[in-house]
Write a protein that binds this ligand. Sequence first.
Ligand code: NAD
Length: 265
Amino acid sequence: MTYNLDGKTAIVTGGASGIGRKTAERFAAEGANVVVADVVTDGGEETVESIESAGGSATFVETDVTDPDAVEAMVQTAVDTYGGLDIAHNNAGIEGETDPVAEQTEANWKQVMDINLTGVWLCLKYELQEMTANGDGDGDSDSDSDGVGGAIVNTSSIAGLSAAGSSAYAASKHGVIGLTRVAATEYAEADVRVNAVCPGVIETPMVEQSAAENPEEIEQFVGMQPLNRMGTPEEIANAVVWLCSDEASFVTGNAYPVDGGFTAL
Ligand code: NAD
């Protein structure tokens, strides 16, 4: 155990796969109770089994992050099952089609924005309502288990900081950073810290699918990461867990690249 999250409760969206699964496993390994949320049931249940077989505590809740009722129910599951909410990783996302702007379909644009940006806003809305329900407003930004305040990390991307990726994807991920900054400033007084992580090319099912469809594009992006390899989901989970821990108690409103040096170039 590196960060003590004993007794805390965490939600992870997109927890059935890739980065979300590793973050959920890592939160649990640090002692947190984890609500695993995803549209995919079998993958979500597998994450819970993996956490439980390692001695941790987790619950799966089928959640489409674009559905306000489902997101509200997801937060309520944390409250009903574990007595509150201290931590959230709003991570569910899709890549969508990669056509240039003029060839982009409206259906793709709306779907990517709905899941990647509106989904993060909906999660923030209900998570912040719960995290501020008993806020003491003393400004000490604690994410401990006293029912006051919390820590949230939203998954953006290097596409939120640069022109990497398609237009809808990049617009949605730039939007996540804007939303993160505003939420951090609005809720600092209520002791809630809000940050974003910006992964580079990470070896997950999302990238495996892109690599199968367009291997040259993935190779090109990996070549633009000075460490010259894909990152692992564990390397993103490491950053998320730190940001959600009390070791990051003075950190809010930031977007952290975890990208093998991509944005340094
Ligand atoms: P992944 O496909 O392995 O996982 C994404 C998860 O999100 C899946 O389990 C999927 O079912 C879930 N999801 C999709 N739509 C949903 C919805 N409407 N409601 C709830 N869950 C939904 O991909 P990943 O690489 O682990 O991606 C996780 C996040 O990281 C995404 O936001 C992605 O944009 C971001 N990201 C990934 C990379 C990368 O290289 N893998 C790079 C930058 C950012």
